[in-house]
Every structure is written in C-alpha cells, then in structure tokens.
Design a protein around this ligand. Structure first.
Ligand code: SPD
Length: 386
C-alpha cells in the first residue's frame, strides 16, 4: 500500500498554507525560487498555443492576461476524463501544445514516449514549486522531467446536506462517508434524491477497491472483479454517471456524489451564487479520500513547445497559481503562491486537508495497461447493470 507515501509532503504544504513554520524536506534539487520570471520568450514559433484541459479548471483571466502579455493566441479545449486524453495522446498528432493528464495516467504516457521532456531553463519560475511535493511526484515522473503540477485535490463523497438528511430520515449519517455511495443500506434510502457517480472506470473502481480494504491502485483483475461485484449491489440506486457534476450538485439533480473535492467545492459556491438553497459539502471520509494530481505536460509532437514553456512559466508566477486556488477551490503545489491564497481557502479542509486527514488519504500511483482494461470491463458491466 502506498497510503502514507505522500503524507509528509502534503503535511508540510498544509502547514505552510496554515501560516505555520515548518521546513519542507529537501527531496529534489530544483532551481532557486524565482519570485516571478517573465512569461515572454523570444521564439521563431508562430504565436499560437493549443491547450487541452479539464472543464471548469482555469481562472477567469488567466488566458486573456497571457495573450495580452505575450501576443500568443490561445486555443482552449476541454476533455472529460483521463481515458479520453490518453486515447488522443496514444493516437498522436493531437495538435495540442499543453495537456493536463492526471498523474495516474502520466506515467504510462512518459514511459510510452508520448510527452516532451521539459526544458527547465525556459521555466524561470520552476523553483516556486514545493520541493517536497515535487520529490514525491518523482515516484511517477523520475527526476521531475515531464510534469508540472497544475492543481491537486482528492476523490471523495459530496452531499447536499439538507436533501441527504431528509432522505436518510431517522438513519444517522455513517461515520465513513464512503458508505453513502457504496453501502446499499444507505444508497437505497438516498436513491430518491439522486446518487451520481463520475463517468470513468479509473475514477470509480479505485475508490470502490479502497472501500473494500484493498489497494486502490491494485493491478489485480481479481480486485477489479470484487469491486464490480460490490458495485452491482448499489447499481439499482444510482441515478446517473455524470460529466457535469458541478451543475448536477449545485442544481440539485444529485444529492450525493462520488466526485472530486475541488468540483464539489465549486458546486457549493455555484449553489450559493444561484441562491438555489442547495447546501453542498465535500466530506472527508474516515478511511481517507484518494489524492490526485493534475499536471501540465507537453505532447512529444507539440508544434509550439516554446509557447508551451512560456505558459507554464507564466502559470508558475505566485499570483497566477494563487488565482486558480482562489477562484476554483483546488489546492496548488506552488509554495510561493500560498501567501496570496485567501485565508478562507487555505483553512478549508476540503481544499487543503489538515495533517490528520492527509495521513488517512491514499496517494496516487499508476496502473498497468492490462489493469486499465480490466477496470474498464468491470465498469462497463457495472454501468449496464449486468
Ligand atoms: N473541474 C476540474 C476537474 C479536474 C479533475 N481531474 C481529476 C482527476 C482525478 N483522477
């Protein structure tokens, strides 16, 4: 199990975020922190940058400010899950200059030669990253050659508090929030107000394995089968497999969700903004959530690699990274930016979990190709209800 592998690094980050002093362990040698190196690079490339990111995952003015400053025109498109991005990268000729794979998928992409090695000389702000986190990311990307963290969060359970309380009636909330989505005793009651799952094998089977007490990153088909059998029991109670989780939670289509804490946080804000009366909250399961990292990477055949480096450098400015946490309630790995993240975000355990919660959480690892296929089969049968 790799459960506690990253907890020290995150604890260090969380403490810094809370304004307490603790030296982060020196895990890898990174360039000396630069306060804020300029984004502009002189390059013969045409002034175009094609970015492929997840939905609802960029601060409002981030692209416009970069365009204004550099004259580089950004084309921005989105994908819904790691499987979709991975398939494009494997097919090649994506046309993208920056992609944002989850760390879990990045390892096979690095090993398969699908990504370009970063030229850190072009990323003057690289040293703003938390060295402890980068050291741990080195277990997936040895020497931190290919990936720059965009944001991190954890897979967990989100609820609409009022609707869940009503649907559960006299049944008290379980101690472990995972019961709300995996235990038929609870799902049978919550069916009436709507249970939503993420729509991807590698987002659902790992937490199901974790709930069963197995390694969430098991490559063993027997574990995927066991997860599938457990999930079959709650299948009749699941209302939807959602790619629009933020709106489904904020708008009240779902009262319980297996979802990403960051998106649940966004849903909470959106529900308040829309005065919907939906009281959304990301829970911290007693057995821990599943930490994930989404990372900036450059496809091997990118046509505008200099522009991609310029964007990564721009993103690593403290104020730019901080804007992602401030506007989207996802955690940043840019240590130099923490002072500019709003206090209420820094102190929100659903954004930057405290040490006690971090220690329970599962750290990311990667799956073999065979395991991804086996999980995909288990997930498809689960969805079909067969
Ligand atoms: N709205 C932003 C969604 C980003 C989610 N990435 C999740 C990867 C988890 N494996």
């Amino acid at each position: 199990m790799n459960k506690h592998l990253w907890s020290f690094a995150f604890s260090a980050l969380a403490l810094v975020a809370c304004g307490k002093k603790e030296d982060a362990p020196a895990a890898v040698v990174v360039p000396t922190p630069a306060a804020s190196a300029p984004a502009a690079v002189s390059s013969a490339e045409e002034k175009v940058l094609n970015i492929y990111n997840w939905p609802d995952y960029i601060a409002k003015d981030m692209v416009a400010n970069f365009e204004k400053e550099t004259g580089i025109k950004v084309n921005y498109q989105t994908f819904e899950n790691n499987e979709a991005l991975h398939a494009k990268l494997v097919a090649g000729n994506t046309g993208y200059d920056i992609v944002v794979p989850g760390a879990v998928f990045a390892k096979p992409q690095i090993d398969g030669g699908l990504l370009l090695k970063l030229d850190k000389a072009k990323i003057g702000n690289y040293g703003n990253l938390d060295s402890a986190i980068m050291g741990k990311l080195g277990t997936i990307d040895p020497g931190n050659g290919y990936l720059v963290p965009w944001a991190w969060s954890f897979t967990t359970v989100g609820i609409n508090k009022g609707k869940v309380a009503k649907a559960l009636g006299a049944t008290p909330m379980p101690e472990n929030a995972w019961e709300l989505v995996f235990n038929p005793v609870y799902t049978a009651k919550l069916k009436s107000c709507g249970i939503a799952y993420l729509d991807s094998p590698t987002e659902v089977i790992p937490p199901a394995m974790h709930y069963l007490g197995k390694n969430a990153y098991s490559n063993d088909p027997a574990d995927h089968k066991a997860a599938g059998e457990m999930l079959a029991k709650v299948r009749p109670h699941i209302r939807m497999f959602s790619s629009t989780m933020i709106d489904d939670l904020a708008g009240g289509k779902a009262c319980v969700a297996l979802a990403w804490a960051g998106d649940i946080n966004i849903a909470r804000g959106r529900a308040i903004e829309n005065k919907s009366g939906n009281d959304v909250e990301a829970l911290l399961p007693s057995t821990g959530g599943l930490i994930f990292f989404d990372t900036l990477a450059i496809p091997k055949d990118a046509k505008h690699p200099d522009n991609a480096h310029a964007f990564i450098n721009y993103f690593l400015r403290p104020e730019v990274s901080a804007s992602l946490s401030n506007e989207l309630s996802y955690a940043t790995a840019n240590k130099a930016s923490l002072a500019q993240v709003k206090a209420e975000i820094v102190q929100d355990k659903a954004v930057f979990p405290d040490t006690a919660n971090l220690q329970k959480m599962v750290s990311p690892a990667s799956f073999s190709n065979e395991a991804r296929e086996s999980m995909s089969n288990a997930f498809t049968s689960f969805k079909k209800g067969k």
